[in-house]
Every structure is written in structure tokens, then in C-alpha cells.
Design a protein around this ligand. Structure first.
Ligand code: UGA
Length: 441
């Protein structure tokens, strides 16, 4: 099938490579010329395992091309995916300007029947508005259908997720349009949820908000565990084995970050207030998420008494492992809080360092490429991102290099017993049993 993908962010770039790899002829479009020439030369604008290889392979076999010429790309394609960004606007509601602009541009150059698929995460009613915009420009002919097909991939695992999706959600008014999109995904054999446009839009927000709720729930359980002397890791394991609950997204830590979950929870909250409904649970989810980072910094402060001029090594800058993305990264937020108290930071995250520098600058922060160099002479180590690589480091050596053998593990990724056997004061999140051993509570 001839497909055009507009927007080469995470969703669009991965989507175009994956669709091409499935045997379609795909054109990826972006207004950013620099980005397009970068991608064409094989230099990916984002870090995503396997993406570079997939893009190169499909450019070589002519299944995939990239352009800034939206008109040409739309004319040549049967199905057009809109994958532009929908960031949080000033009120917390999604900023849809890019979606409206692209819808108008598509309408102006449409030459025959097209299926316009909105893949960007958009609030309820957006697809209907896209339909109205296009209709307002093209009139009766050419015919077109608007279909909603939200994306559920995770950063860092996007190619794997695209090939092994749990479900495909396709919302629309016309069966013809729905069937075209179904055809693209048919070979995956995944369950397909066919529904109306509004429900499809809501499924995406409800899913991200539910994941965020799971995270905030386990973080609150962790707060109680800390006070009551229980261990959130055992509690999550015991809960997760109940098939009605499931083990995923029950990892207590510093809270959720990233370009999607925080923005989507906020946008859903806005949608509910716009509908004169106060979604109290979501308010709590957001509050708990903010509290996790301040609670972590409180704990570090409590240990030292005063944080001014302390030298602290921080491992992790990305919003989670396997990505260079630092948007709404809790690691960045924690570093900002520590800096606010006068802490000098040695930051280690080679993948996310470049993006983090733009967010954090360099005042009071030394970016170090070697983890052992980062901890040398530091007064404590904070783990801020759940990179698996951190668990494989030589902690005996780290213990020798640190000035104080103390670790604050904001992501609960290290083995507590091993750390304590190595002589560390090891503080984790929601692990009241450890805190008592360490004497922190
Ligand atoms: C999220 C959703 O998981 C995807 O399904 C969705 O497609 C995507 O947003 C999107 O809307 O585009 P992503 O932003 O890649 O994916 O990140 P997640 O894997 O959901 O992680 C979000 C945050 O929660 C991270 O900061 C992570 O560290 C944190 N987290 C995750 C926890 O603190 N505990 C957990 O148990 C899981």
C-alpha cells in the first residue's frame, strides 16, 4: 500500500520505518529540512534501538523515502497518517495547531480518495474537527475518510512494540476507511478494536492515564510501606501475580515522566473539566507524581542535614532507560531541585547527556562519561533513571571511590542485600524495612 506519514518524531519516524518494513511504499514528511536530510543520510534524530538499521534497510530497498514536499507525498498516497506533535498548551490542554495545519495542507492538495488517519494523541472530538476542516476545503470531491488509529508504542522499545502490539484500535465512521487501515495491520494478527472516532481517541488517553494511575498507586503504597516498615518490591510482586492486576507498571520510583504520560494525564483532566466533570482520581495521580521527587530530595537532605556545596553523583538523565529523551524527565527535575539547594552534580548518562545539557546547562553540573570518574570523591550516589547498565557496574569499586558509601536509589534497581553486604548505606523508594536498617527513618 502507498502510505504517507506526516511528522518524523518518535511515532512518525518509527511508524514510517515499520510500515515500510511490512512491505508498503512509504514516504515520511516533515517541514524541518535539516531533520529530513539528517534522516536521509542515515543519522537518526532520536536514539531508538534498531531504528537506524531499519530506516537504512528500507531506504536501500526503496520501500522508504523522506521529503519536505507534503503535496507530492499526499498525492502519491492512498493512506495518510498524521503523526505530528500535540504538546501541552498553557492550560494543560493539548496544543493542536500542528494537526489543524496539516489537515488544511492535506485538503488543499488532495487529488483522489484518501484515508486520513490521525495517529497523534488527540482529545475527544479532534478527528471530527479534522473531518470538518478537510470537508470545508475540498467540498464533495474528492471523497475521503478520517480514521483514528492511536499509537501505543513505548519509547526505547518502539520497533518491538510496533511488531508485537497488544491491540490495534481503529475508530471511524466509514467501514471503507476502517478496512484500509485494518489491511495495513492485518498481518500482525493482533486483536482489532473497531469503534467510533470519539471512543478511539478516549482509549488512548484512558490507557496512558491508567498506566500513570498504576504508577502513582504503587508509589503511594510505597509511601505507606516506608512508614510501616514494609517493602514495596515484595508488595508489588505479591499484587502483580494476581492476573487481574498484572505485574507491569508497578515499579515504585521517582514517578512517571516523558513526553506522553504527564501530558496525556493533564490533557484528560482538562477534557473532563471541560465536560464539567472533576476527575478527582487523576488529580491525585498528578499530585502523587510530583510528591515522589520532592520526597526523594527530602530524604537526601535528611541524611546530610544540609545540602549546600555537597558533591553528588547522579546516574541517569533520561526520563527512562533505553532513550535519549529528557522531556519531562524526573531525573532532570530531581537534579534541578538538588541544584536549587546548592548541590554540585556529577551527571552520568552518555545517551541522554546531549539533550540534558540543553535543559540543565552546565552551571554546577559536570557531565562525566565514565561512571567511576563520576563517583570519585563524591559524597553520595543518586540513581535517577532505571538504565539496566547501572546494575552491572562494579559497586565494590564504586564504594572505594565514593567519599561516603551511600546510595539513594530512586528507581529501586539495585539489589539491596548486595549493597548492604558491600557496606553501603542503601536507601530505596518505598522500602521501609531497609530504611530501618539504615537508620534513616
Ligand atoms: C507511554 C505509554 O506506556 C505508551 O503505551 C504510549 O504509547 C506512549 O506513552 C505514548 O503515548 O506515546 P513512554 O512515554 O515511552 O510510553 O513511557 P513509559 O514506558 O510509559 O514510562 C513512563 C514513565 O513511567 C517513565 O518515566 C518510567 O520511568 C516510569 N515508570 C514506568 C515507573 O516509574 N514505574 C513503572 O512501573 C513503569
Amino acid at each position: 500500500m502507498k502510505i504517507c506519514v506526516i511528522g518524523t518524531g518518535y511515532v512518525g519516524l518509527v511508524g514510517s520505518a515499520v510500515f515500510a518494513n511490512w512491505g508498503n511504499k512509504v514516504v515520511g514528511v516533515d517541514i524541518d529540512e535539516k531533520k529530513i536530510s539528517k534522516i536521509k543520510s542515515g543519522d537518526m534524530p532520536i536514539y531508538e534501538p534498531g531504528l537506524k538499521e531499519l530506516v537504512s534497510k528500507n531506504i536501500k530497498n526503496k520501500h522508504l523515502s523522506f521529503t519536505t514536499n507534503l503535496a507530492e507525498a499526499v498525492k502519491e498516497s492512498e493512506v495518510i497518517f498524521i503523526c505530528v506533535g500535540t504538546p501541552s498548551g498553557q492550560t494543560g490542554a493539548a496544543d493542536l495547531n500542528a494537526v489543524w495545519t496539516v489537515a488544511k495542507e492535506i485538503a488543499r492538495v488532495m487529488n483522489n480518495y484518501k484515508v486520513v488517519v490521525v495517529k497523534s494523541t488527540v482529545p475527544v472530538g479532534t478527528n471530527e474537527e479534522v473531518e470538518r476542516i478537510i470537508k470545508g476545503i475540498v467540498g464533495e470531491k474528492p471523497e475521503f475518510d478520517v480514521v483514528s488509529c492511536p499509537e501505543f508504542l513505548r519509547e526505547g522499545y518502539s520497533i518491538e512494540d510496533s511488531n508485537k502490539t497488544d491491540r490495534v484500535v481503529i475508530g471511524g465512521k466509514s467501514q471503507k476507511g476502517i478496512n484500509k487501515v485494518k489491511e495495513i495491520y492485518a498481518h500482525l494478527g493482533a486483536p482489532v478494536v473497531e469503534c467510533d472516532l470519539r471512543s478511539s481517541e478516549m482509549i488512548k488517553y484512558a490507557s496512558n492515564a491508567f498506566l500513570a494511575t498504576k504508577i502513582s498507586f504503587i508509589n503511594e503504597i510505597g509511601q505507606v510501606c516506608e512508614r510501616a516498615g514494609a517493602d514495596v518490591i515484595n508488595v508489588a510482586e505479591g499484587m502483580g501475580l494476581d492476573s487481574r492486576i498484572g505485574p507491569r507498571f508497578l515499579h515504585a520510583g521517582l514517578g512517571y515522566g516523558g513526553s506522553c504520560d504527564p501530558k496525556d494525564v493533564e490533557a484528560l483532566y482538562r477534557t473532563s473539566t471541560d465536560q464539567a466533570y472533576d476527575f478527582r482520581l487523576l488529580r491525585g495521580v498528578m499530585e502523587v507524581n510530583e510528591q515522589q521527587r520532592t520526597h526523594f530530595v527530602d530524604r537526601v537532605r535528611k541524611y546530610f542535614g544540609n545540602l549546600a556545596d555537597r558533591e553528588i553523583a547522579c546516574f541517569g538523565l533520561a526520563f527512562k532507560e533505553n532513550t535519549d529523551d529528557v522531556r519531562k524527565s524526573v531525573a532532570i527535575e530531581v537534579i534541578k531541585l538538588l541544584r536549587g539547594e546548592g548541590v554540585n552534580i556529577r551527571a552520568f548518562d552518555t545517551v541522554a547527556e546531549k539533550n540534558a545539557k540543553k535543559e540543565l546547562g552546565s552551571t554546577g553540573i559536570r557531565y562525566v562519561r565514565d561512571p567511576y570518574e563520576a563517583v570519585k570523591g563524591a559524597e553520595a550516589l543518586c540513581i535517577l533513571t532505571e538504565w539496566k547498565e547501572f546494575t552491572k557496574l562494579d559497586f565494590k569499586k564504586i564504594g572505594r571511590l565514593l567519599k561516603n558509601k551511600v546510595i539513594f536509589d530512586g528507581r529501586n534497581i539495585l539489589e539491596a542485600k548486595k549493597m548492604q553486604d558491600l557496606g553501603f548505606s542503601y536507601f530505596a523508594v518505598g522500602r521501609g524495612n531497609l530504611s530501618r536498617v539504615n537508620g534513616a527513618n
